[in-house]
Design a protein around this ligand. Structure first.
Ligand code: HEM
Length: 540
């Protein structure tokens, strides 16, 4: 069979393209003749136009209509860019900053129990599914993009590998059991006594939120490192160490989005960058991290010489554990855990106590109920109360539970990833690596479970069957990654609030403004301003 080719058509196509090719060649010649900066400018302009007019719109259409998650309801704007979402909620100052939890609550009210909140993010409002995801030995691991801050990505809280995390926690768990904390009661009582004396001496315009932070910092450092940070003796309750910690906390979103900046800073410091060139907050933060590291390394040195007289929760991490096969922690892991335990132990509990006093002052009838309960056990305003006794008091327990519900514990989303094989939730298939969000804020604000949910009302815990409320009460998280310091925090909350309320009448100071108690979620809740109060010792 013969093939007949019509060569004349090829010739005509070539002729059609010739002017175009010539134009293109001219353009290229022109481009190569430009200086380097102008060339770079052109490249930048080309990419900008390509990304905004072609890549982003095509990707958006795919995400909105063809992606496996596209059937899940939710607003469309969140699909434009995951990176932009991160900037909007965690980095850029503005309406969104620290408010993702409340946005998610609104989305549930609008779209239902499951809602798409980003290209790969799905938020869920269903307590049975929460329990499935946050259970002991769950297959849903912590999300590696969220739990990734250069200052802590090797710490126990940011370990995303389930087995590694279980191993590390096994080293710390014995120090955080109820019995272990009870053995430590004396130093807690001592520090609470000093705290009460200090605020009594100040009397008026006490920045109580800061004083609570100092108290918690002193407890956690004594408990963890066997070394008191001595924050409470600071005249304004604002020592450098806590200032540094606030800076580190405030920069978490930035660190997470631009980790390279911290890596560069570390590299520069290791290679001789003079400290005086750093702005004061950064300098303080660097010093804070280094101090935690030095304390922990000194302890390790002592332990390796057999001097084990100092109590430290790090004892099991200094050497290999032959029985379980666990390796000793590296220098960096130890440093990061030292920083983490300090930070996890100070601000969370302090924010809870701040919220407690803020509401108690506004609800004298609850204060009266609590005081009467306490008077039955603490005969004088300066009486102490043990954790064991305090733990059985119904009104005190109700006040703390309601406070942690309102103050949220950690309001951030604490995201978990769908494991290999995907899952079917609420009628939708969620493929592996979908990131699930279950902020406590959603559950603590369920109106069917907690009627009038924004109202601080401890009496709701005192009537009828509270089992359903307990299920929805998740300030410490649940499952294998539940708060490591839960028993310590509970003990601090009980003892501090009981002794504070028994000893003092309290009121807002003249300079206090309610708007100062508005908070944003910077991982944990951070209030806009100070809880400024006066205290007066109650009569015997
Ligand atoms: C009222 C006080 C506290 C609250 C509401 C609270 C809340 C939480 C929550 C919700 C988590 C889970 C985070 C996640 O899933 O990523 C957590 C983890 C953790 N908490 Fe607390 N916490 C408190 C006090 C403390 C204290 C006093 C310590 C002291 C050691 C502590 C140490 C930790 C650690 C190390 C983790 C990480 C555990 C892991 O990832 O396996 N917390 N906390």
């Amino acid at each position: 069979m013969a093939f007949h080719t019509d060569m004349s058509s090829y010739t005509s196509i070539n002729q059609d393209f010739e002017p175009l090719m010539l134009k293109l060649r001219e353009l290229l010649n022109y481009f190569f003749s430009l200086s380097v900066p102008v060339k770079l400018l052109y490249i930048f302009a080309f990419y900008t136009v390509f990304f905004t007019l072609i890549y982003i719109p095509i990707r958006f259409v795919y995400r909105a209509y063809f992606d496996p998650l596209s059937k899940i309801p939710g607003p469309k704007w969140v699909l434009i860019s995951g990176s932009y979402n991160k900037l909007y909620w965690d980095v850029l100052p503005g309406k969104g900053y620290g408010e993702l939890h409340s946005y998610i609550l609104k989305l549930h009210q609008q779209y239902g129990h499951i809602v798409r909140t980003g290209p790969r993010w799905v938020a869920i409002n269903d307590i049975e599914l929460y329990q499935e995801v946050y259970k002991v030995n769950s297959r849903f691991a912590k999300n590696p993009h969220f739990y990734n801050h250069p200052i802590g990505n090797e710490s126990v809280a940011e370990l995303v590998n389930i087995h590694e995390a279980a191993d590390r926690r096994a080293a710390y768990n014995p120090y955080f059991s109820k019995q272990a904390i009870r053995k430590f009661e004396e130093p807690i009582q001592e520090k609470v006594s000093y705290f009460l004396d200090r605020i009594e001496a100040v009397g008026d315009k006490i920045p109580l939120d800061r004083a609570f932070r100092c108290l918690m910092a002193d407890v956690i450092t004594t408990y963890s490192y066997g070394k008191n940070a001595d924050a409470l003796s600071h005249p304004e309750f604002h020592p450098d160490v806590l200032l540094a910690f606030s800076v580190a906390l405030g920069s978490l979103g930035f660190q997470n989005t631009f980790p390279i900046t911290v890596t560069c800073l570390e590299w520069l410091l290791d290679h001789g960058l003079p400290r005086f060139l750093l702005p004061r907050p950064v300098k303080n933060t660097v010093r804070f991290v280094e101090e935690c590291r030095d304390i922990i390394m000194a302890l390790k040195g002592k332990y390796s010489k057999g001097e084990k007289d100092v109590h430290t929760i790090f004892a099991e991490t200094f050497e290999d554990d032959e029985k379980s096969g666990r390796k000793a922690l590296t220098y960096r892991q130890l440093q990061q855990d030292a920083v983490l335990i300090f930070s996890a132990g100070a601000d969370t509990t302090a924010h809870g106590l701040t919220t407690l006093v803020y509401h108690l002052v506004q609800n004298p009838h609850i204060e009266e109920m609590l005081l009467n309960e306490l008077k039955g056990i603490m005969p004088s305003p300066t009486s102490e109360i043990t954790e064991t006794v305090a733990d059985g008091l119904p009104i005190l327990t109700a006040v703390i539970k309601e406070t942690l519900r309102i103050s949220q514990g950690i309001p951030s989303c604490l995201p978990r990833d769908v494991p290999a094989g995907g899952v079917d939730f609420l009628g939708y298939h969620l493929p592996a690596t979908t990131t699930l969000q279950f902020p406590a804020f959603t559950y603590h604000n369920s109106p069917d479970i907690f009627p009038d949910p924004t109202k601080w009302d401890p009496t709701r815990w005192l009537v009828g069957d509270t089992r359903e409320m307990e299920k929805y009460w998740i300030p410490f998280g649940r499952g294998s990654r539940i708060c490591l310091g839960l028993n310590l925090a509970w003990s601090e909350l009980l003892v501090t609030s009981a002794r504070l309320v028994r000893r003092f009448e309290m009121g807002f100071a003249e300079d206090f403004k309610h708007e100062d108690m508005e908070w944003k979620a910077v991982f944990i809740p951070v209030t806009k301003g100070r809880l400024s109060i006066w205290v007066k010792r109650r009569e015997e």
